[in-house]
Design a protein around this ligand. Structure first.
Ligand code: DGL
Length: 275
């Protein structure tokens, strides 16, 4: 990987956030908060949504192919893999393939291990992320002997998408996941839940409201934003006061306007890369 930016002077510094869907928004909000002048582009592989239930064999080449095409189209300076399911699977291949820096999302096991007082953490993620060797290794290395309860929660991905379409997420919708966190062996001792899917911070308020007791819901968004800031320094890229036009690239045409609505806060120009 080159450390010199391939940045063109005519374009403002930018990052492309890649995900299967609206999870990119939870990362984008953190980056926008820390780096308001950075232009944010989105690479949304909606044609292969959801990622979390798909096999590693079909996902890995797909992620590399789509993210590479979207980086080429957007000419972004940095790729942010705003998806735990993709990061825990394809970071080495993406770094081999791309010239630009690649920032991945790592489940916040290390900060959770440092902060738990009950020595019991819940790790909530897609089935893919929960079952990955990457996640197992992360727990082995960084959980510091604390108990980690793995909670696969694929339905939260769909609920986050529904919320961003304007639907209400109810207590009944969340009950099965809350049951898996709090009413499993050791669940009565959980004091921190790691939101290890970028869709889940979008449901933090609802999770907090309907949980049987107050716990900390921890995600990696702010850490990702700091990592992007670090790379901007490495690449010698100074940010203007305000960002340029965001581009929202999809792998399938957004025929019903769902994605357009969800990403409206970034006022992006939408373009489908579907052939
Ligand atoms: N947002 C993705 C993640 O962080 C996954 C959503 C999906 O299953 O497509 O894992």
């Amino acid at each position: 990987m080159q450390t010199q930016s391939a940045h063109s002077n005519s374009l403002p510094p930018s990052a492309l956030i890649f995900d299967s869907g609206v999870g990119a928004i939870s990362i984008a909000r953190e980056i926008r908060h820390l780096l308001p002048g950075l232009t944010l582009h989105f690479g949304i592989d909606n044609g292969f949504y959801p990622y979390g239930t798909k096999s590693e064999a079909e996902l890995r080449p797909r992620i590399v192919e789509q993210a590479s095409a979207m980086m080429a189209r957007s000419q972004a300076d940095i790729l942010v893999v705003g998806c735990n399911t993709a990061s825990t699977l394809a970071l080495p291949q993406l770094r081999e393939t791309l010239d630009q820096p690649v920032v991945g999302v790592v489940p916040a096991v290390k900060p959770a291990a440092a902060a738990t007082r009950t020595r019991t953490i819940a790790l909530i993620a897609t089935e893919g992320t929960v079952n990955r060797n990457y996640t197992r290794d992360l727990i082995e290395q960084f959980a510091n002997g604390n108990r980690v309860i793995n909670v696969p929660a694929p339905e939260l991905v769909h609920l986050a998408e529904a919320k961003l379409r304007g639907e209400t997420v109810t207590e009944a919708d969340l009950e099965p996941v809350l049951h898996r966190i709090f009413h499993t062996a050791g669940g009565d001792r959980v004091d921190i839940a790691v939101l290890a899917c970028t869709h889940f911070p979008l449901l933090r308020d609802e999770l907090d409201r309907y949980a049987p007791r107050s716990i900390q819901w921890l995600d990696s968004g702010a850490a990702i934003a700091r990592r992007v800031q670090w790379w901007l320094g490495e690449l010698n890229l100074d940010l203007p006061a305000s960002p340029g036009q965001s581009l929202l690239l999809t792998s399938t045409a957004d025929s019903d306007g769902r994605i357009a609505g969800a990403f409206a806060e970034f006022a992006p120009r939408i373009e489908s890369l579907a052939s």
